[in-house]
Design a protein around this ligand. Structure first.
Ligand SMILES: [Zn+2]
Length: 164
């Protein structure tokens, strides 16, 4: 979980609450002004109403930003949770040449065929990406530079003059 996202959401909460309090105290001033025995001074009343309108607009904008930040945060947490749940279905697997990938745990396969997951994508990008291929080398479906050596085999011969 990205802590800076949580921290900036919390900062937004404080600011939004501050703006709402500011609007509330301006509203209080207006109430006092209108309930005083002398009645409001027009200039003063107009100034306060303007201030209240500004306070409310600012509070609104802050609340919208806050709402967006919280939604993003919630989506991120959900994504993280799904990833952790999915990740727990895999375990480290050493190929016969010593490369490390992740393999589906047999007891959690739920009918899925055995398959392998790219450890780079999983650890770095929190992505569940299949490692596929039927030769001695298998590649990550997201980034073909993520290549894993599954078994020793004679180097494939470069085909020459194959009819062209
Ligand atoms: Zn990968």
């Amino acid at each position: 979980m990205d802590m800076t996202q949580i921290q900036s959401a919390i900062a937004l909460v404080s600011t939004a609450i501050g703006m709402t309090n500011q609007a509330a105290s301006t509203a209080d001033l207006i109430k006092k002004l209108f309930s005083s025995r002398e009645g409001p001074d027009d200039g003063e009343a107009s100034k306060l109403l303007n201030a209240l309108a500004t306070d409310l607009t600012t509070a609104n904008v802050m609340n919208m930003q806050l709402s967006e930040a919280l939604k993003t945060l919630s989506r991120e947490l959900q994504r993280q949770d799904e990833f952790e749940r999915e990740k727990s279905r895999y375990e480290m697997f050493a190929t016969s040449t010593g490369d490390i990938v992740f393999a589906l745990k047999a007891e959690l396969a739920n009918g899925q065929p055995t398959h392998f997951i790219c450890p780079v994508c999983m650890n770095r990008d929190k992505l569940i990406t299949y490692v596929t291929g039927d030769g001695a080398f298998k590649r990550c479906q997201t980034d073909s530079n993520h290549m894993y050596h599954f078994r020793k085999s004679p180097r494939p011969e470069v085909k020459r003059g194959s009819g062209w």
